[in-house]
Design a protein around this ligand. Sequence first.
Ligand code: NAP
Length: 402
Amino acid sequence: MWIVIGLAIGTVAGGWMGLRIPMTAVPQRTALSHSLGALAAALVGISEYIRDIRFADDRVRMTAVGFEVVIGSLTFTGSLMAAAKLQGLLPGAPITYKAQNISNFALLAVLIACLFTLIVAPSASPLFTIMVLLALVFGLLLVIPIGAADMPVVIALLNSYGGLADASMGFVLMNKIQIITGSLDGTSGFLLSLLMCRAMNRSALNVLFGAFGKIEKEEQGPASGAKGTVRSITPEELAVVLDSARSVIIVPGYGMAVAQAQHGVSEFAKVLQKRGIDVKYGIHPVAGRMPGHMNVLLAEANVPYDHLYEMEQINPYFGEADLALVVGANDVTNPAARNNKSSPLYGMPILEVDRAKSIVVLKRSMRPGFAGVDNELYYNSKCMMLFGDARDSLNKLLSAMK
Ligand code: NAP
């Protein structure tokens, strides 16, 4: 009866959250799910230890339960921290302090020492309690120095940790299905985080220990002030520019998701295509707030899949494009990633919109994107800003064109 009640409550709560959550908040929702899954694994491990393992001199099960509880506990607090950062409840910028990596490694060493001692002497219950508390603290400390644009990698990594905790639980409970599903989750999450690191040209170690995003703050100071002239354009003027265009590349980003402008984008593209203009979409692997975010939104607006080009495929086309229309994308177009060694974005592959003959950016203000970095593109003499909500701007543009 208790299982059925628990199942019903969990299903209703999970279903309600899943249905209600906007797509832009999916990363923090995912982090929250990982934290609950990891908490469940940790609690099962703790109960198994209290109920059985501390009395039996079973070192194999103690090893499994130790891993389960340590990984589950640190994933629980680490995921909560990631969710709070992504939701804006905590500052997104990395929180760093002196000797951070050394103190984190020291804590990890103590944790491992506790685990090994317990494997040798499973009945040392006070040490077990200390190990759980240290793991909870370690999860928090692991995520606070990671900020801004590295969060997707962290979420994938926490997903992997959650899977490992589940696989360990499978060994504790001798449940083969759980060992298989946990291992699948653990490996796929790990590979996904490595692939994301590659897409952002970052090493996994650098993500975990590099305090990404801090350099920009230190070197630029608070003023992200004027760096040149910014030119704006009205929808009516843009409609005139489009009269002479033969090829247009649309670059969607997080702002398109916020504005829910995907249908406007799709309609705009259809109008251009009817005029014989070649339209392509350039999709950056980390545009938006989750992998595949742009693909899902554009599919919802019935954009044919063969019009979407991945970053490596589309970059050679920018030089020939008459217009690059950037719809709410920012970080993924920032030329500083190529030119400015002091930028935290340096080295991240970008969509090379600055090579197009002209560029129009749809966004509401000069505010930076997720990484908190000013975008040099907006000061380029070929670039014009169409300020406003992307959906409104597209509607005005469509009426001006009609
Ligand atoms: P971005 O750099 O976050 O920039 C989005 C831009 O959209 C903002 O500068 C914002 O400017 C604009 N915007 C917001 N609401 C808008 C609206 N209603 N209408 C028009 N514009 C609007 O986005 P991005 O270029 O897509 O880059 C993604 C970033 O998120 C990267 O740094 C990436 O590493 C990170 N990230 C990615 C994932 C993933 O897996 N895809 C997950 C987490 C984080 P205004 O405020 O001026 O309008």
